[in-house]
Design a protein around this ligand. Structure first.
Ligand code: NAI
Ligand SMILES: O=C(O)C1=NCCCC1
Length: 312
């Protein structure tokens, strides 16, 4: 009979999952994914069930990494929350299975994994695509993703100025109050992004909030929100003028309103740059359109379990 699964709460997952360990694993798995070798990695596009009555969605994100012995699925819900709601808009649980026998080996919180792996992947995009001289970081949004992006971007890169904008200025102020280093609170998106070298969009917006005319030529944008085919964060001008990278071509074609509705061409997957099949066009304005992938959750969860096992 199989042993009971390890149960890990958000606090434990947060403690065990460090960016230093996570980033190389994400780089490796995304590079492999983009080779499309189905004997090594299987990851279908996420299944999404709309919960129309409540402005929410349930997503199921399975992945099998044969050579690494990882069989995993994340189950995630995401909601468009009313202004001022104290409920998290993204909640998730990750299950790891024994690939040979099929039983569940671990059940862990997926909120911390989602926050950290998404920010780590955006940071990988910034390593590859941000201008050589990047002095100003701008974050649009002040929620969970905004915070994890702030943490990893300021850990990996040195900026002279960090700016934040949020729909309600007091939310941006609250975000800043939790930090040790100075961050400028901006009153409008335009004010926040003018002159910025790196821009993170991490909002629940369903209409464009970031317009190409405001973006400094050569800037890098990590676009994390707008994960539905009819949602946007970025306008047509920006999408059509930038060199667009995605995490998965299939995911982007199925789920990204910014890509589908603008008609923008996808230049390459992040993994195709990581594995050397496509160049990083750092000299151009670049957009990395992130939607999130089951393989990212899978390597994160495996890392968490390995660390936990090493302590017990
Ligand atoms: N690409 C990926 O892998 C992932 C993407 N996401 C997406 O990232 C976005 C942020 O997620 P969380 O930080 O977890 O959410 P959150 O609820 O913690 O933060 C959302 C932020 O967006 C702002 N916002 C909401 N509606 C807005 C609107 N109409 N216009 C402008 N700002 C608005 C809120 O004020 C808040 O600052 C969501 O769209 C979520 O679905 C979340 C997880 C993974
Ligand atoms: O990858 C994920 O996890 C999510 N992506 C977009 C919506 C929320 C969760």
């Amino acid at each position: 009979m199989s042993e009971s699964p390890v149960l890990l709460n958000k606090h434990e997952v947060e403690r065990l999952l460090t960016y230093d360990d996570l980033i190389p694993r994400l780089e490796s798995v995304m590079g492999k994914f983009s080779k499309r070798d189905s004997s090594e990695i299987i990851q279908p596009v996420r299944s999404v069930v709309p919960i129309q009555q409540h402005s929410g969605f349930l997503g199921v994100m399975p992945a099998y990494l044969a050579n690494e012995g990882i069989l995993c699925t994340k189950i995630v819900t995401f909601y468009q929350r009313a202004e001022g709601s104290s409920l998290p808009s993204t909640q998730a649980t990750v299950l790891l299975f024994h690939p040979e026998h099929g039983h569940v080996t671990a059940i862990m919180d997926g909120e911390a994994i989602t926050a950290k792996r998404t920010a780590a992947v955006s940071a990988i995009s910034a390593k590859l695509f941000k201008p050589a001289l990047s002095e100003v970081l701008c974050i649009l949004g002040s929620g969970q993703q905004a915070r994890s992006h702030y943490d990893v971007f300021t850990k990996l890169f040195k900026f002279k100025e960090v700016r934040v904008w949020s729909r309600r200025k007091e939310m941006a102020q609250r975000f800043v109050n939790d930090l040790q280093d100075p961050v400028t609170v901006c009153s409008s998106v335009k004010e926040a992004v003018i002159g910025a070298d790196v821009i993170v969009t991490a909002t629940g917006a369903s209409q464009p909030i970031l317009f190409g005319e405001w973006v400094k030529p050569g800037a890098h944008i990590a676009a994390v929100g707008a994960c539905r085919p009819d949602w946007r964060e970025l306008d047509d001008v920006l999408m059509r003028e930038a060199v667009v990278y995605v995490d998965s071509r299939e995911g982007a074609t199925a789920e990204s309103g910014d890509i589908i509705l603008s008609g923008a061409e996808v230049f390459a997957e992040l993994g195709e740059v990581l594995n050397g099949s496509f160049p990083a066009r750092r000299e151009k304005t670049t957009v990395f359109k992130s939607l999130g992938m089951g393989i990212q959750d899978a390597v994160s969860a495996k890392l968490v379990l390995e660390k936990w096992n090493s302590e017990h």
